[in-house]
Design a protein around this ligand. Structure first.
Ligand code: ADP
Length: 208
């Protein structure tokens, strides 16, 4: 049995984190933000060092490392009872981010909806990133060259991920709206999804 999953997809600064955190407070939803998991690591940690190396250049962390972190984090949350794969819908924010990750994760995930938070106003994205740079201690948001590199990485990977999931699963959401209206648009889709099936007892046991 695979893990029932909703994906939040969108450019840096599009508001995935804001929406993901809110969705994660709803009973039976569990929010996992890949960037937060990386940022929670320390420099003593091998994955933490790899993360700093790539993110400081605006690049994606290599597949093997990213998937390892994801599995370890989800399995850790399951073990301590924060995430219950039999009842909870996973809200994934920032992963999968390219078609290779989507392909690898397809063994584990039952993706029921993909929300593409789309912001056509580039200035608005950049402004949001620069505003959170100091507040959230995100050095990758402070430098214009790195912001540019991250936006380019996103543009390059976007189409392949959306193609991978196909038009039936992908819902476009205008993320230049207020957070309340973005949330309403997302909840309208979630409310119309078929209810979660009861999962088997061994659902979600990830080989780490
Ligand atoms: P944003 O969506 O604003 O770019 P995130 O917090 O999701 O920010 O990611 C910050 C950085 O963490 C990325 O630039 C990248 O280096 C790394 N990262 C996060 N998620 C992934 C992923 N799925 N694959 C590879 N690298 C990732």
């Amino acid at each position: 049995m695979k893990l029932r999953t909703i994906l939040l997809f969108g450019a840096p600064g599009a508001g995935k984190g804001t929406q993901g955190k809110i969705l994660g407070t709803i009973p039976n939803f569990f929010h996992f933000a890949c960037g937060d998991a990386f940022r929670n690591l320390t420099i003593e940690n091998e994955i933490g060092r790899i993360f700093i190396d790539y993110s400081s250049r605006g690049q994606l962390v290599p597949e093997e490392t990213t998937i390892r972190l994801w599995k370890q984090s989800i399995e850790g949350s399951r073990r301590v009872g924060r995430y219950n794969p039999q009842k909870d819908t996973l809200v994934l924010d920032g992963i999968p981010r390219n078609a290779t990750q989507a392909q690898i994760m397809s063994e584990t995930l039952d993706v029921v909806a993909v929300f593409h938070l789309k912001c056509s106003n580039l200035d608005q994205l950049v402004e949001r990133m620069q505003r959170r740079a100091l507040r959230e201690n995100r050095l990758d948001d402070a430098n214009m060259e790195i912001i540019q590199a991250r936006l380019e990485t996103y543009e390059r990977e976007t189409k392949s991920v959306l193609d991978y999931y196909g038009t039936d699963l992908v819902h476009f959401i205008d993320s230049s709206q207020t957070p309340t209206n973005v949330l309403r648009a997302i909840l309208d889709v979630i409310a119309a999804l078929p209810p979660a099936q009861a999962c088997s007892a061994d659902a979600g046991l990830l080989p780490v």
